[in-house]
Design a protein around this ligand. Structure first.
Ligand code: DAH
Length: 343
């Protein structure tokens, strides 16, 4: 018993001196001294070993010890909440703060968002589709039947355990999936990742990104296509950009065209980026082929539409002055962090 009283005295000193700062310090104190397995609970358990004639006296001492401990806890807690240590010493506000690293948007995401938002302002809404696709949506429905030579331009990756599946070679699969839903008119812009079986170099990769557009309604004409795309390039590159359309071939459009803009680097004078032509090819487009409409149960006598598709990497290379497409997917933080704060 005497020994216990002595012990209490030394605990009292220990508690008095306790000075771990902050809310964590207060919590640690609570667990050690007041918790369910803490000192005070243990001492209460000792009551049963105290001789009956001293129980009252010992009970009072213990109670007083408990109140002392609780008072200390309350002051620690309060100090913790106010950002002070129990000794009342202020935190040094001149110390540097904890640095929270801020990430950056990927240049491909920034370019995709730019493109998409211009079309959204024209009333196009965003549609997406699967990257693992079947032959019908990637090729056949787009008027690229099996053994058609145009398929050679878009070799891709097949899945050996599921020969009917492939990685989509363009975002045009989304056109088909949206038209199949049967809701017209349709005005969509479709961003996404696409794949091609190509050798990787500074200029080409086995995967890249595209944005596809599609507008189907009654009386949609080539003039609408031209005006929409003209608006787009002016918003994107400024009012002094020049545009030209060259006849081209895509199985899913008729007629088809390729659209070029005046080279943004040399302003049309000729440089090694535009191969001294003064023009940069930026997208393919055309009027949706009647066969494609028929494949999606749309009456080509009643409805017409235009479509276009463009790559995202190329404009991003030009805008941010990047000279190697592989940088986009290497995840090198030294490259990525240069885009901090860029929108
Ligand atoms: N899918 C074509 C490609 O990847 C791009 C394209 C051209 C999409 C013309 C279209 C279009 O919708 O009308 O090369």
């Amino acid at each position: 018993m005497e020994q216990l009283l002595q012990q209490l005295e030394s605990w009292r000193k220990e508690i008095d001196a306790y000075n771990v700062p902050g809310a964590e310090g207060a919590e640690q104190f609570r667990i050690t001294y007041l918790g369910t397995k803490g000192l005070v609970k243990n001492l209460m358990g000792e009551m049963k070993n105290v001789p009956a004639d001293r129980k009252r006296e010992f009970g009072q001492i213990l109670n007083e010890f408990k109140q002392f401990t609780e008072a200390k806890y309350n002051s620690l807690k309060e100090a913790g909440e106010n950002g002070q240590s129990a000794a009342g010493v202020d935190i040094d506000l001149t110390l540097p703060g904890n640095v929270i690293p801020v990430g950056s948007r990927h240049p491909i995401s920034m370019m995709r968002n730019r493109i998409v938002s211009i079309f959204q302002r024209l009333g196009f809404s965003v549609a997406e589709g699967p990257e693992i696709e079947d032959d019908w949506h990637n090729f056949t429905a787009l008027n690229l039947p099996e053994h058609h030579p145009a398929r050679d331009m878009q070799d891709t990756f097949y899945i050996s355990t599921h020969p009917a599946w492939l990685l989509r070679t363009h975002t045009s699969n989304i056109q088909i999936r949206e038209m199949e839903k049967g809701k017209l008119p349709l005005r969509i812009i479709c961003p996404g990742r696409v794949y091609r079986n190509e050798t990787i170099s500074a200029r080409s990769h086995c995967f890249f990104h595209q944005v596809e557009g599609l507008y189907i309604d009654e009386n949609v004409s080539f003039a609408d296509l031209k005006q929409t795309l003209y608006f787009f390039v002016q918003e994107m590159y400024g009012n002094d950009v020049k545009v030209r359309f060259r006849p081209s071939y895509f199985p899913f459009t008729e007629p088809s065209a390729e659209m070029d803009i005046s080279c943004q680097l040399c302003k049309g004078a000729g440089c090694n980026v535009c191969k001294y032509t003064g023009w940069l090819e930026i997208l393919g487009c055309g009027m949706v082929h009647p066969k494609v409409l028929e494949h999606c149960n749309i009456d080509p006598e009643k409805y017409t539409g235009f479509a276009f598709g463009m790559g995202v990497e190329r404009p991003a290379l030009l805008k941010y002055g990047i000279n190697d497409i592989r940088l986009f997917s290497e995840n090198d933080v030294r490259f990525l962090k240069q885009f901090r704060g860029v929108v």
